[in-house]
Structures are given as C-alpha cells and as structure tokens.
Design a protein around this ligand. Structure first.
Ligand code: FAD
Length: 288
C-alpha cells in the first residue's frame, strides 16, 4: 500500500524511523526491537540508508522487506543518490520490488568532501523523477523547516522544495526541530509556494546528552532556552534526562497535533522503550 493513502482528513499519521543495526549485532536483538515497535501498529516504519550507500549492502532493503512481510507493517526504504549511479538505483528498485516494498524516501544524501559524488543525480528531485519513470512506488522526500544548510536562504530552499514535489513526491517528512514556531512559519512559506503534499513532522526525542552534539548540532536545529535549561539540569542524570526528553517530545507533539499537522514521524534511534512511552502519551490524540 502507498503511504499517501493513509493521509485522511481528521486523522494524524504516526510513523517510526529506524536504522539497520551493525552487521555484527545479533539478529535476536533486531527481532526483539521490531516485536516491541510493532505493538505500536504504526502507519509505517522507515529504514535509513547510508549516504555513501553501496548497492551490495542489502541491510536497508532487507530490513524494509522484513517489516513489510514478517510484521505486516508498511515500510519505507530510504535511498540516497549522491554516490549512486542510475544502474545501481535500478538494481535497488528491483530488490525492493522483489521484497514487496512499495514506498521510498528519496534523498540526495550528505556530500562527503573526501568522496567525489557520482554525476548521475545532482539533487533529490533527479532521483524522484527517475524513480517515477522506473516503477510504481510511493515516494516521500525530506524538507527543512529551519532551511537546509546549503541553501542560500529560506525563499530559495522552498522553491527547490516545490520543484522536488513537482517531480513526483507524495508526501514530505521534516528534519527534526526542537522549536515548533519555525515549523509554523515554514508551513506558511510552503502554502504560499503552492506545496500541497501532506507533511509529516520528524520528532527526535533527545534522551541523552550525547545526542545533542551528535545529532542536534549536526542538523543545525535551533535550541530554545527551555530545551537548554532541561539539558543543563538533567543532562548528567541519565534517567532524569531520558524522562525529560520524552516529556519534551510529547509536549512538542501535543502542540503540533492541536495545530492540525498531517502526521508525526518519530526518529526512534532504535529505542523501543522511548518510542512506546511517547506513543502511549499521544495515542488518544491521533484519532486512528
Ligand atoms: P535535496 O532536496 O537535493 O536538497 C539539498 C540542497 O540542495 C538544499 O539546500 C536544496 O535547497 C538544494 N537544491 C535542491 N534542488 C536544487 C536545484 N535544482 N538547484 C540548486 N539547489 C538545489 N541521509 C542519509 O544519508 N540517509 C538517510 O537515510 C537519511 N534520511 C533522512 C530522513 C529525513 C526525514 C531527513 C529530513 C533527512 C534524511 N537524511 C538522510 C539527510 C539528507 O540526506 C541530507 O539532509 C542531505 O543533505 C539533503 O538531502 P535532500 O534529499 O533533502 O536533498
């Protein structure tokens, strides 16, 4: 099933994101995580893909296939194109078809200064057009409420987003943010630019101090004072930081749903305990 059919008036789509575990980690650990996450019965689970993705590395497509076929949950395979040729994308599309995976999150991927990019796809929009021509997949794409780091300004970024949507996107998923206000401004810019695709909000619960350097700073999210104070007070107390991070994410989600968002996409960081606690706190707001 295409994920786009899950966006219905009055309903809030709820999806999860996981990453493929290291090749050395135990298969039992993966299944135990999937068992727990599947109890949420999310509308979909998406699986990330390495920016320098290697066509021989089947972890993303295999895991997306497992979610779809063993757990009966729609899966979304992320696919980056910065280091991928057209031939490789065709091979990956075939592998997805074989596993009955019907949805792709089409991305450019981050450029690595040490690895020259392949020339076949310059922007995510090129990959989206290619997938549209080469198969019947549901296609999602990324968007950046606080503006993508490489864009000259918000106006240019939103024009490129419109081009990307016009290339054949069914719905969008946002980069994480910690302050809802810039997201509401982004929604206004998107409406003015004529973007009609549903937008799922990417929420990352920050439950460990180390995540701030690793993820929040890397993606350039602005840090509200409320969040900074929370980390200052609880950052060195793991259980308190975990509970505060969950409460912060729930607070963001309650406000977003009250303001009518189309969906919530939870970056689970492969932590089912945190994902379940957040889901249980907002379940009744989703009107599923
Ligand atoms: P694009 O849409 O191509 O945009 C990148 C930049 O190029 C923007 O500044 C845009 O304004 C500009 N641009 C676009 N079109 C044009 C044009 N025609 N002319 C000039 N400039 C243009 N990365 C991974 O490696 N693996 C993952 O699994 C992964 N999952 C993600 C999931 C989500 C929900 C999000 C939000 C991001 C994810 N990323 C992932 C990160 C993503 O790959 C990076 O943010 C990357 O830098 C941009 O990818 P994009 O698809 O948004 O690129």
């Amino acid at each position: 099933m295409k994920i786009s059919s899950k966006f219905q008036p009055g309903k809030v789509v709820f999806s999860l994101e996981i990453f493929p575990p290291k090749q050395t980690s135990k298969i039992e650990t993966l299944y135990s995580m999937l068992d727990e996450l599947s109890e949420i019965r999310p509308d979909s689970i998406s699986v990330t893909y390495g920016a320098g993705g290697n066509v021989a590395d089947l972890r993303t497509v295999d895991l997306a296939g497992t979610i779809k076929n063993d757990y009966n949950i729609e899966s979304v395979a992320h696919l980056t194109c910065v280091s991928t040729s057209k031939d490789d994308v065709e091979i990956i599309l075939d592998q997805l078809r074989t596993r009955n995976v019907e949805n792709i999150l089409a991305l450019r991927g981050d450029r690595n200064p040490d690895v020259p990019p392949k020339e076949d796809f310059k922007h995510a929009s090129d990959l989206i057009s290619f997938i549209r021509k080469h198969g019947d997949f549901g296609i999602a794409a990324a968007c950046y409420p606080e503006v993508h780091a490489e864009a000259k300004n918000a106006a240019e970024d939103i024009l490129h987003l419109r081009e990307k949507v016009d290339a054949g996107v069914d719905y969008l998923i946002t980069q994480l943010f910690l302050d809802n206000a810039p997201f509401y401004s982004f929604l206004e810019r998107a409406t003015i630019a004529g973007i009609k695709a549903p937008i799922e909000v990417g929420i990352m619960p920050i439950t460990k101090k180390t995540q701030i350097e690793r993820t929040v700073s890397m993606c350039g999210a602005s840090v509200p004072q409320k969040f900074a104070k929370m980390v200052q007070r609880y950052g060195d107390h793991p259980e308190a930081m975990r509970d505060a991070g969950i409460a912060y994410a729930v607070d963001q989600i309650v406000d977003l749903i009250a303001n009518g968002v189309d969906g919530i996409h939870l970056y689970t960081m492969n932590d089912p305990y945190v994902a379940k606690r957040i889901y249980e706190s907002v379940e009744n707001l989703l009107q599923r």
